[in-house]
Ligand binder design. Structure first.
Ligand code: FES
Ligand SMILES: [Fe+2]
Length: 363
């Protein structure tokens, strides 16, 4: 269901502290903590003594102490202390996962550890780059991560699910151009000229005058999504006067039917406006909660019906999500055929280019 030889986002960097942080990823329970030098450690959440979760315990002087009998383990997974005895058992190691901290995110490699290469971490620099400010949040979805990706590649749903924040009729009415960028990335592009601003856009521009809006849903398998959201007031210049937001949706499977939705919404305007920052948080959590409500019902129904293939009938808006699934399936197949295969990440978007209205006919 998911490729393993690639980096996944486990958490926002600020979530991992000197205390234990437990999270299940790709059906494996993991604990994270920061050692006294600030580095992040990640071990399987399983005590090798009597197999209780290590997350029952706590950290002590940079070691993790099991909550049952107090054995302590270091960041390498080695046993460093046993209460009541001087000797510590050798050759007893808790499984350790490669981790990295980049772009204000914690990354984890759940596959073959010897293949973990930090050069393969996707570029998410908008999360902490100069000139951008990201509002961040987290939601837990009781839904297959693939359904979440599907949803993010078909944004016609904004008209129906998100009419109180980012959607209005213009979204579903606008034609979409779908492009495969490489073997990991697909983009679905919509232009919405001269439309009324949905509530979130009125909030962002500070008034409710009409806008020219564009939206590009970009997906990189297995679970990296960015929506390039650009707009400018009608009568102003697209290149000089646009405002840009990059909602970044990092979808990491927890189990086959549950997902972590780790998000950041980076903007390149009103960087010092803390009130806007708070409003973006509230509005975005609301928006993604609306997706969650629907996707959880969908996953439940799919399980009841024995996981039938989707879509059951094809309409134009399915093109991008169906293409995204094809890229993901191919990535999994390549890894299955060659366990040493690692997919190379592609560029999600280029800050140097303000997307121009597409020239080719929309499909
Ligand atoms: S089960 Fe962990 S110390 Fe005994
Ligand atoms: Fe949505």
């Amino acid at each position: 269901m998911f490729p393993k030889n690639c980096w996944y986002v486990a958490a926002h960097a600020h979530e991992v502290t000197a205390s234990l942080f437990a999270r299940t990823l790709l059906n494996q329970a993991v604990i994270f903590w920061r050692t006294p030098d600030g580095a992040i450690a990640a071990l399987e959440d399983r005590c090798p003594h009597r197999l209780v979760p290590l997350s029952t315990g706590k950290t002590v002087n940079g070691l993790v102490e099991c909550g049952y009998h107090g054995l302590r383990f270091d960041a390498e997974g080695a046993c460093a202390f046993v209460p009541g005895q001087d000797q510590t058992p050798k050759n007893v190691n808790v499984k350790k996962f490669p981790v990295a901290e980049r772009h204000a995110l914690v990354w984890i490699w759940m596959g073959e550890a010897s293949l973990a290469d930090e050069d393969l971490i996707p570029d998410m620099h908008w999360m902490d780059a100069p000139g951008w400010r990201a509002t961040t949040g987290y939601l837990h979805f009781n839904a297959d991560y693939r359904l979440v990706n599907d949803n993010l590649l078909d944004l016609s749903h904004e008209t129906y699910i998100h009419k109180h924040t980012i959607g209005n009729d213009a979204v579903a009415d606008a034609p979409v151009v779908t492009e495969v960028i490489d073997d990991r990335v697909v983009r679905a592009h919509r232009e919405m000229p001269n439309i009324d601003p949905p509530p979130f856009f009125a909030l962002a521009q500070g008034h409710d005058g009409r806008i020219n809006r564009w939206q590009i849903a970009i997906y990189m398998a297995p679970g990296f999504n960015m929506t390039e959201v650009g707009f400018h007031a009608v009568g102003t210049d697209r290149v000089d006067d646009h405002l840009m937001m990059r909602p970044i949706h990092l979808i990491t499977p927890e189990t086959d039917h549950t997902s972590h939705y780790i998000w950041g919404l980076a903007r390149n305007f009103r960087l010092d406006d803390d009130e806007l920052h708070e409003n973006i948080y509230t509005s975005t959590q609301q928006t993604f909660s609306e997706d969650r409500e629907l996707l959880e019902m969908q996953d439940c129904r799919l399980q009841e019906e024995g996981m039938p293939k989707l879509p059951q009938m094809a309409v134009k808006v399915d093109k991008a999500p169906v293409t995204g699934r094809r890229l993901l399936d191919a990535m999994i197949q390549r890894e299955t055929a060659d366990p040493s295969y690692c997919a190379v990440p592609a560029l999600l978007a280029d800050d140097g280019i303000v997307t121009q209205p597409f020239a080719q006919a929309a499909e």
